[in-house]
Design a protein around this ligand. Sequence first.
Ligand SMILES: [Zn+2]
Ligand SMILES: [Zn+2]
Length: 390
Amino acid sequence: MNIREEIKRDHALLTEWRRDLHAHPELAFEEERTAALVAERLQSFGIEVETGIAKTGVVGKLKAGTGNRAIALRADMDALPMQEGNDFAHASSVPGKMHGCGHDGHTTMLLGAAKYLAETKDFDGTVYFIFQPAEEGAGGAEVMVREGLFDLFPVEAVYGMHNWPGMPVGRVGASAGPMMAAFDTFDLYIRGKGGHGAMPHQAVDSVLVACELVGALQSIASRNTDPVDALVVTVTQIHGGDAYNVIPGEVHLAGTVRSFREEVRDSVAPAMKRIADGICAAYGATAELRYDKLYPATVNSVEETEQAVAAAAAVVGADAIDRSPVPSMGAEDFAYMLCEKPGSYIWVGNGDVEGGCMLHNPGYDFNDEIIPIGVSYWAELVELALPAER
Ligand SMILES: [Zn+2]
Ligand SMILES: [Zn+2]
């Protein structure tokens, strides 16, 4: 492991900052305290700060040398609406809210990098430090892009990272191509004809149709999609009926769809509609589909991923980098930034998952041991991507 002295020196301070953020979690677009802390600290490092992008987003700008090139580094700031199960001193002080995904750590590591780079300035060009709100489901990255993030702060590339439980500390995963899946949701309303539970011949049973449909929807992945392509269609909700002896007139199914390739993604809604209409027609019912495309797939570009791997290798060593990690069917709104600019999103090992230390688990905690790794990675990346004149 190759960690610079200044970064080792800041480890205790950054651990304190991280634990403070952990104890004070804030949900999507409500990251007022976090954003204020971020802005105040960036300013104390002598970094120019813009606030209020996507409500609580903060961007820091640091220039060194005379070069006109620029890159952006991104961290997410929001917590999750869940109850923390840990009882250590820095556990959440807010009931029902928890930093269960490690965004407290991401924010801290980017602050640490900003501090180091502002002190050393051993690069040529401009670095933008993007602190985004609302990664968890609300698409804060998309709102920032829509509000002109890359017009206000023009960059040639953008980089992100996520801590990865289950990957040992000191290891990094990075590959060109898809790292995380596209994330869609659907609602299917099946309308039959309500009636007496004892007189089914007078009704059109929407429950029976819904049951047929749940199974049949699995054929989209298994029969309509090239087996080499990944696709998940999951029904996560079934709502219908209130009584033992009433056949409900309507059943509502809902769920999520995950995919990597846009062609595969685009094929799902029409297939769903075809199957729903067909099965409903067979039973004399009708179907209404609502399909919402949410986050796109997170797809790393080739050159920037090489750059990211070189920077990570300078910290953890080339042998500690997994160059072809199995992509996750989870989703990540950094994808919206990668749709605008080339870049790379890497995983940084958070260590073992004992005690439920998995993302979105009540027993999760960001591993403070990896703070110097993340800070060093950002510093190496900036110095490699924007090399100072020698
Ligand atoms: Zn998460
Ligand atoms: Zn996350």
